[in-house]
Design a protein around this ligand. Structure first.
Ligand code: 9WN
Length: 412
């Protein structure tokens, strides 16, 4: 118990150390800016001991919202040469220098949870934030749907950078004109744990294309080789729509459009079911081809309010087979790599989203088991960015904001 109390103090310290005043960096050095879904989780972490600071985090994120409603995946508040690609590579013109893509829209869900910590104090804050969140949601519904599923236009958008989900799509891309550039990530952490140069060439090529097209969604829809309907974007958007309905109703807003969105997204989520794989999968919109990947995002179905018995059986099995579930890739897959970022390692943030979903859908036993195993992982191996699912060894950056927030809000 004493041990847990001290870990809670350490977790708060991680958040406070990574706090830059009105936003939180994921970790000093490796990620010196405000990332979208990291920030949403940071808000939930702060809400456990400083609700005011939690609201400020979300408000700062939405200060970066573009006129058309898009909320960028990175806000470059203060230039820092420690990260590549920086604002000069993206060439975007939002209210705050930013990237030109999004990240999984969990901000609405996190805002809903933050509000629940102190409903009275949070009401005016929520009233001001709500229309902005609806505007971002409408932007996603307008530009990113394919058969009702939500598409990603860059691996970074899903937050699962080098997941094998994109391998087939990336293999069809030509990155020969990318030119010279210097990565910074591998000067902060072990290169073996990071995406490869092959991956980075494609990430940067897609940034160059977006910039050339002035980040115009219609032009990108017509010209980008990368468009994949994926479980991360689809399940988090569906969950956001449900939470927006709840928040809108509490505020006395008309939620009819959002309710229709829920129905469209539910139908879209069903299109991600790959019968042959027996799981929720990613599908390349251009080729119609399945990725054939069972990832930790496949298990976000409950988070989205989507029940599935086959996935529950698979979850029970993976919880037995792996000491520290949920791995970001199927350990039996050829592409599995226990250390390399989103190709195998376990991520506390995705565990929390899966666990919240399991609890919401009445799977208490699995939810508790996953929270306990995640707590054990953090106790034994610290607030790392991600972990080897078999040994639990810490990987990537240390003193990581979202791992600390997960401890405070869910696992600890
Ligand atoms: C690119 C900040 C982010 C997370 C992502 C994670 C990683 C960035 C990178 O770090 O992505 O956005 O440079 O590797 O994959 O999920 O939001 O923690």
């Amino acid at each position: 118990m004493t041990h847990d109390i001290s870990l809670t103090e350490q977790a708060r310290d991680v958040l406070i150390t990574n706090d830059r005043g009105s936003y939180t960096v994921p970790t000093a050095g490796l990620y010196p800016y405000q990332w979208n879904w990291d920030s949403a989780v940071a808000a939930l972490g702060f809400a456990q001991f400083d609700v005011e600071r939690a609201w400020v985090e979300l408000e700062t994120l939405f200060q970066g919202q573009w006129a058309d409603g898009m909320v960028p995946h990175i806000l470059f508040h203060k230039n820092d040469p420690g990260y590549f690609p920086g604002p000069e590579v993206w060439g975007c013109e939002g209210p705050i220098p930013s990237s030109g893509i999004i990240q999984p829209p969990i901000a609405a869900t996190m805002a809903h949870l933050v509000w629940q910590r102190d409903p009275e104090m949070g009401r005016p804050r929520m009233a001001a934030l709500y229309p902005k969140m609806v505007k971002w949601h409408s932007w996603i519904m307008r530009w990113r749907l394919h058969r009702g599923a939500v598409c990603t236009t860059h691996p970074w958008e899903t937050g699962r950078d080098n997941a094998p989900d994109w391998d087939k799509t990336m293999a069809r891309m030509d990155a020969s004109d990318v030119g010279e550039y210097t990565r910074r990530d591998t000067s902060h952490v072990n290169a073996e744990d990071r995406p490869t140069k092959y991956d980075y060439d494609r990430y940067i090529t897609l940034v160059q294309l977006g910039r050339r097209l002035n980040w115009d969604q219609a032009a990108m829809l017509a010209q980008s080789p990368f468009r994949v309907a994926d479980p991360t974007m689809t399940f988090t958007t569906l969950r956001a729509a449900r939470d927006l309905v709840k928040m809108g109703t509490a505020l006395g807003e008309d939620t009819q459009t959002l309710e229709a969105d829920v129905a469209r997204l539910e139908a879209g989520a069903a299109t991600l079911w790959n019968e042959e794989l027996g799981g929720f999968d990613s599908r390349d919109v251009h080729s119609g081809e399945w990725a054939g990947c069972l990832s930790n995002a496949s298990y976000l179905c409950w988070f989205a309010g989507v029940e599935n018995r086959v996935m529950l059986t698979k979850l029970r099995s993976i919880m037995e087979r792996v000491a520290y579930p949920v791995p970001s890739n199927d350990p039996d897959a050829e592409t599995f790599d226990a250390r390399r970022y989103w190709r195998g390692p376990t991520w506390a943030i995705v565990n929390m989203l899966i666990g919240l979903g399991l609890a919401d859908m009445g799977h208490e036993e699995e939810a508790t088991d996953l929270a306990k195993k995640t707590a054990h992982l953090i106790k034994e191996h610290g607030f790392a960015e991600y972990f080897d699912p078999f040994s639990g060894a810490a990987a990537g950056g240390g003193s990581f904001t979202w791992t600390a927030a997960v401890w405070l809000a869910w696992a600890g």
